[in-house]
Design a protein around this ligand. Structure first.
Ligand SMILES: O=c1ccn([C@@H]2O[C@H](COP(=O)(O)O)[C@@H](O)[C@H]2O)c(=O)[nH]1
Length: 241
């Protein structure tokens, strides 16, 4: 099939594997499809920066999804280090507060001043897509609707100078209205019709998510757990047209 690169470039494939060899096999099976690759904590903690370098050598854009959340000085140092890896995007928890997010941007600037060439997008995590209203209200202790909490976090992230947020596609319309169309939305919680929802809570199908105006969708298991991952990704791309 002909791959429409415009859409493929906005699909982030979550390489959630324990072994670099398994992630490598998946990447090989998707060869020629210009998707974004997402490296999360499972793969990064086992395979390390070397795997990010491999993906960059293969020409992929890389979202390093480590969701930093610590005191500002530590997040500044972490951000400096991941910027040096040459990632195109990384994230920090907006719940860490404005000073912490500003420190992340300072870390990026420090790495760039030291000669790292790529300026990554720095994205704030709002409410995880596995969090339902009941969990947020009764366990985490944040009152009100999830959308309201997401918008509050997003405005804080924007005030700190971040480029966008991770949220569910259900909040994209409100996010774009509150923060402007240029504020980047990265949306996991994507499930093709009929796919198992698993531990996700706030979900939409790929065409629905793009219809909301999201910039990027993050898709893991519907691709990685499919019998034929390449065919699964191709079907998702096809469904969006
Ligand atoms: O709120 C969030 C933030 C990050 N994720 C990550 O996205 C993928 C989703 O994988 P699926 O298998 O498609 O559920 C995964 O790597 C998460 O760590 C998220 O789901 N929600």
């Amino acid at each position: 099939m002909t791959i429409q690169s415009g859409i493929a470039e906005r699909i982030m494939v979550a390489l959630d594997y324990a072994e670099a060899a398994d992630a490598r096999k998946l990447v090989e099976s998707l060869k020629g499809i210009p998707c974004y690759m997402k490296v999360g904590m499972q793969l990064f903690y086992s395979a390390g920066p070397g795997f990010v370098a491999e993906l960059k050598e293969k020409g992929y854009k890389v979202f390093l999804d480590l969701k930093m959340h610590d005191i500002p000085n530590t997040v500044k140092g972490g951000s400096e280090s991941v910027t040096r890896l040459g990632v195109d995007m990384f994230n920090v928890h907006a719940a860490g507060g404005r000073a912490m997010m500003e420190a992340a941007l300072e870390g990026v600037d420090k790495a760039l001043a030291g000669g790292s060439g790529v300026k990554p997008l720095v994205i704030g995590v709002t409410q995880l897509t596995s969090t339902s209203r009941i969990v947020m209200n009764n366990e985490i202790g944040i009152a009100g609707a999830v959308e309201d909490a997401v918008i509050r976090y997003a405005k804080l992230a924007q005030a700190a100078g971040l480029h966008g947020v991770v949220a569910s596609p259900l909040e994209v319309t409100q996010l774009k209205a509150a923060c402007g169309p240029g504020f980047v939305t990265v949306t996991p919680g994507i499930r093709p019709a009929g796919a198992a929802i698993g531990d996700q809570s706030r979900v939409m199908t790929p065409p629905e998510a793009f219809a909301q105006g999201t910039d990027y969708v993050v898709i893991g298991r519907p691709i990685t757990a499919a019998a034929e991952p390449r065919a699964a990704l191709e079907q998702i791309i096809e469904s969006i047209h």
